[in-house]
Design a protein around this ligand. Structure first.
Ligand code: KIV
Ligand code: ZN
Length: 516
């Protein structure tokens, strides 16, 4: 990094991001995303809300055990039982942070907490002190700070810093702020809180008015040195500030910011793809930095300009944020060591020789069908292989689908359920519908299909299709993914993947309800 001050990047994809309805992730998926965030060199990873459910607790614990180069954070309300649970979940972390919060806006204190301002300050101070029993790295957030009174914010921040909070985070919980005013709020707080030099000022902006990134950057201009954000802007309601936008704005407009991050920006696109694949939240094509069109030039004038000099219409280089140039990396004749080495370059390692062998067998199958294998294919294939084979009670053995003009499509398949092969047949409105119905004749999951999406992983008609399905049962939402050059097979894999997750114990409750 340059001689600039460090801007700390605090990623909350696994916590606030997971609060997006439909974005729930399993423990294994969270660990996979956490490792990708570690490769991205994110400073702090908020891994979850340990008190929310046993699943959340285990996920934070697993992330704490598996990630070494980023600080792992657990969220808590300002309650002893939350803090103790977070302390327990984070015990195995190389570097642990506890993030505790309590609401400070008049509307939240009066109507939600039914507490007086004095009681709120006392509880916040107590919570910070208790969290300090577990770690020196304690963060405090006055929830709904964007609608809180400035005098009260100054009072509570001074008190929690004196009690040992090293980071004070100012959340615009409901996305109500506008950049000029939010920047002014941060500057005022830093100026007026007497011990502000003892803590890092952080911001956490929601995107209800589409201003989360702008508000965060206004805060950075006014002295904030930590930004809380998520990959692809995932998060509660309209989401949080998008990590990729904050990081690239600060880097691209270094003339406007006296700080920079330590991130390896070439990991941004792989991370974005991983998060969108796991959550089933597709990235809109015109999304800044990570959208498929973010670096595509359609107009002739633009194309001509870019061909003559890239800078005419491009302010960043696609490869600097991790867009690969669809390089052909491996093919049919590549061996196991080339396969392992290329995956190592992509930051993927295998827990055991069996895992490597399983992935390599899939690679060989794919190479038989697809001439040129790109990095994106390898990533999808490994994502597929990593679906924790131990949790795969249902496996696709074979699938045949008849689909022709004027005829009703029909699917015949065989699934292995706990090792026992079972046949299923169904007709359907289309080949995918017939396949899903045939799976249901065996699995009888009782779910409702909420989302079905297919994306081509690379270009060309032999590209693999990456399918996401979202199933719902009794309010529980499960996403499944599958990839294959045959999109009906990819669809079957995705559906079966979701059914396998459904068979796992329920992992979490929605943290924001507070019903824990
Ligand atoms: O939006 C919010 O206020 C939060 C806090 C818990 C930081 O997510
Ligand atoms: Zn939030």
């Amino acid at each position: 990094m340059s001689d600039k001050e460090q801007l700390i990047i605090f990623d909350t994809t696994l916590r606030d991001g997971e609060q997006s309805p439909g974005a729930s992730m399993t423990r294994e998926e969270k660990v996979r995303i956490a490792k990708a965030l570690e490769r991205l060199r994110v400073d702090v990873i908020e891994a979850g809300f340990p008190i929310a459910s046993p699943g959340d607790f285990e996920a934070v614990k697993a992330v704490a055990a598996g990630v070494k180069d980023s600080t792992i954070c657990g969220l808590t309300r300002a309650l002893d039982r939350d803090i103790d649970r977070a302390g327990e979940a984070l015990a195995g972390a190389e570097s642990a942070r506890i993030h505790t919060f309590i609401a400070t806006s008049p509307i939240h204190m009066e109507r939600k907490l039914r507490m007086s301002p004095d009681e709120v300050v006392a509880q916040a101070v107590h919570a910070v002190r208790r969290a300090r029993r577990y770690t020196d790295d304690v963060e405090f957030s006055p929830e709904d700070a964007g609608r809180s009174e400035r005098d009260f914010l100054c009072r509570i921040l001074e008190a929690v810093i004196a009690a040992g909070a090293r980071t004070v985070n100012i959340p615009d919980t409901v996305g109500y702020s506008v950049p000029y005013q939010f920047g002014d709020l941060i500057r005022t707080l830093i100026e007026r809180v007497p011990n502000s030099d003892k803590a890092v000022f952080s911001v956490h902006c929601h995107n209800d008015l589409g201003l989360a990134a702008a508000n965060s950057l206004a805060a950075v201009r006014n002295g904030a040195r930590q930004v809380e954000c998520t990959i692809n802007g995932l998060g509660e309601r309209a989401g949080n500030a998008a990590l990729e936008e904050i990081v690239m704005a600060v880097r691209t407009r270094r003339d406007h910011f006296d700080c920079d991050t330590r991130l390896d920006t070439t990991q941004i696109v792989p991370c974005s793809r991983l998060v969108s694949g796991i959550t089933g939240f597709a990235v809109q094509p015109n999304k800044a930095i990570v959208g498929a069109n973010a670096f595509a030039h359609e107009s002739g004038i633009h194309q001509d300009g870019v061909l003559k000099s890239r800078e005419t219409y491009e302010i960043m280089r696609a490869q600097d944020v991790g867009w690969s140039e669809n390089r052909i990396v491996l093919g049919k004749h590549s061996g196991r060591s080339a396969f392992r080495a290329r995956l190592q370059d992509l930051g993927v390692s295998f827990a055991s020789e069996e895992d490597l062998n399983a992935a390599f067998a899939r690679f060989k199958d794919l190479a038989d069908k697809k001439h040129e294998i790109f990095d994106e294919d390898l990533q999808a294939l490994v994502t597929d292989t990593n679906l924790d084979a131990t949790n795969e009670r249902i496996k696709l053995v074979s699938l045949r689908v008849c689909s022709e003009t004027g005829e009703t499509p029909k699917a015949h398949l065989v699934l292995a359920v706990d090792g026992e092969e079972k046949p299923g047949i169904s007709i359907g409105g289309g080949p995918v519908d017939a396949t899903f119905r045939a799976i249901e004749t065996i699995v009888a999951s009782g779910t409702v299909l909420k989302l079905y999406s297919v994306n081509a992983i690379t270009s060309g008609t032999d590209a693999q299709g990456e399918v996401t399905v979202r199933l719902e049962k009794g309010g529980r939402i499960i996403n499944g993914q599958g990839a294959d050059t045959d999109i009906v097979i990819a669809s079957a894999k995705a559906y079966i993947n979701a059914c396998n997750k459904l068979l796992l114990p329920r992992e979490r409750a929605h943290p924001r309800t507070g019903d824990v």
